[in-house]
Design a binder for this molecule. Structure first.
Ligand SMILES: *[C@@H]1O[C@H](CO)[C@@H](O)[C@H](O)[C@H]1NC(C)=O
Ligand SMILES: *[C@@H]1O[C@H](CO)[C@@H](O)[C@H](O)[C@H]1NC(C)=O
Ligand SMILES: *[C@@H]1O[C@H](CO)[C@@H](O)[C@H](O)[C@H]1NC(C)=O
Ligand SMILES: *[C@@H]1O[C@H](CO)[C@@H](O)[C@H](O)[C@H]1NC(C)=O
Length: 445
């Protein structure tokens, strides 16, 4: 609540943020990263780690346990996912090999949290059957597993998990590069959660006392800077879906990547929320109904903080805006209060448009990607936040339309419209990533 009071007081008049370097001085001075010094992150040649993402859908309208509430330091997510009440969601998963010998486990790529948590209790999961298929990490079967003798517990959206900390070797990416001593939370009791979670938000520089997966990838010198890029691809497949640690794929967008400064600044987030996440300002919202002109839903001075959260199926905005979007797309609430849309509307040529840095970058999410397809029915990609002071969230219904570079070196998220045109555009990011991202790694599509 305190946050939004502050933001409103600080409302700025329109600023022209066109590509002038002085508007983003903080993009050129590494701040938090120096706190991670200690590893050999001084490599002079660039590298990257590429991994495939798998889109996964669960849709069990009878499943889904009622949530338990608690405060937590393992997730930066505040709203509960309404559809979770009957167990439905679309996320993107990454496969890891854990332990010695390696055990294959898939976990949800989650930009809204920062730790690797595995082994939810499938019997209590929203979708017990799907849960079984993502692999199980058995510490007893790994010669490199070490118990760290500590407990964790935390709330994850609708889910809850508690368990014990272990450390083990994990192997990531297409080349299965080893990461010794990765901290892993092994669940002993959980509710609703139906797969492991791989958090890729800020780690040791801000949120943790230990090195997270991204921290270790840098510490091991596999990549030079704590930056990764995500293109989850269009709904229903047909386009590549991957994550590149330490690099960017120039064949997934066209033109310049727009830098969105992390805001509130990490220091402020730590004070306000006790943790740091990928929060940025959204500066406009509009809809383009099929065959019509764009209708703006926000005023010219609009600025609202949002969390970019790949662990969330939906985008969450204020109820009144959601109602307008719902009306435009012919969506109606069901008995659970969730907006559903006729699936054939996915074929209509309309979009929901999200603006950043005023109109410097507008991401147009086509109905085909914005309407979440659960096969037997479709849901609107945006649902209302629980309380008027809850954080707005841009979930996978938004992320499908964007190419995103999460940059912990410069504290920014760089963004462009997702537009795949090949598979050979990967470029490594180096200590000079600020300039590279600004001027050099323009999209080739
Ligand atoms: C984000 O929006 C708030 C409220 O309008 C504003 O005070 C702040 O300067 C903005 N931050 C950035 C990085 O644009
Ligand atoms: C860093 O590099 C030095 C010299 O090459 C080596 O001795 C040390 O073990 C390395 N440290 C890590 C954490 O890899
Ligand atoms: C759906 O959820 C219910 C309740 O948790 C469970 O009993 C059932 O096995 C689930 N069905 C599938 C297909 O997972
Ligand atoms: C869209 O806007 C243009 C220019 O304002 C106008 O000429 C046109 O009729 C509008 N189209 C529709 C479908 O409303």
């Amino acid at each position: 609540m305190a946050l939004f009071r502050l933001l409103l007081l600080g409302l700025l008049p329109f600023l022209c943020l066109s590509a002038s370097l002085k508007d983003f001085p903080q993009l050129y001075g590494p701040r938090s990263w120096s706190r991670l010094a200690g590893g050999n992150n001084t490599a002079d040649s660039g590298r990257h780690i590429r991994a495939k993402l798998q889109s996964q859908k669960i849709n069990n309208v009878t499943g889904g346990a009622v949530s338990t509430y608690g405060t937590s330091k393992i997730s930066d997510r505040s709203p509960r996912e309404p559809l979770a009440r009957y167990g439905a969601g679309i996320v993107y998963m990454l496969e890891l090999d854990i332990g010695t010998p390696g055990q294959k486990v898939s976990a949800i790529l989650d930009t809204g949290s920062y730790t690797l948590l595995l082994d939810p209790d499938c019997k209590q999961a929203a979708d017990p059957e799907a849960c079984q298929t993502y692999g199980f990490y058995d510490t007893a079967q790994s010669s490199t597993a070490k118990s760290l003798n500590g407990w964790f517990s935390g709330q994850f959206g609708t889910g809850f998990m508690q368990g014990v900390w272990y450390s083990d070797t994990a192997y990531v990416g297409l080349d299965y590069l080893p990461l010794p001593n990765l901290r892993i939370g092994v669940s002993k009791w959980s509710q609703y959660i139906w797969a492991g979670v791989l958090g890729v938000s800020y780690g040791k520089a801000w949120n943790t006392a230990y090195q997270t997966l991204l921290d270790l990838i840098v510490f091991q010198n596999y990549i030079e800077v704590p930056i990764f890029s995500v293109g989850v691809g269009y709904q229903g497949g047909g386009s590549p879906s991957d994550i590149i640690f330490g690099g960017v794929d120039r064949k997934k967008y066209r033109g310049y990547l727009e830098p969105l400064e992390i805001y509130p600044y990490p220091e402020q987030q730590l004070k306000l929320f006790d943790q740091v996440g990928y929060r940025v300002n959204l500066t406009s919202l509009a809809v383009t109904p099929p065959g019509e002109n764009e209708t703006m839903l926000t005023g010219s001075n609009f600025e609202r903080n949002v969390l970019i959260d790949s662990g969330s199926t939906y985008t969450y905005l204020d109820a009144n805006l959601v109602a307008i979007i719902a009306k435009t797309l012919n969506a109606n609430t069901d008995e659970h209060g969730v907006y559903r849309v006729p699936c054939e509307n996915r074929d209509l040529d309309g979009s929901v448009n999200f603006g950043f840095n005023f109109f410097n970058m507008v991401i147009r999410v086509n109905y085909a990607d914005f309407i979440v397809d659960f096969d037997s029915y479709c849901a609107l990609g945006v649902q209302p936040i629980d309380h008027s002071d809850s954080t707005w969230v841009l979930g996978t219904s938004f992320i499908r339309a964007a190419y995103l570079v999460f940059d912990q070196l410069n504290n920014a998220v760089w963004i462009a419209q997702y537009l795949p045109c090949g598979d050979d555009g990967v470029e490594d990011l180096t200590k000079d990533a600020g300039r590279q991202l600004w001027l050099e790694v323009t999209g080739l599509c």
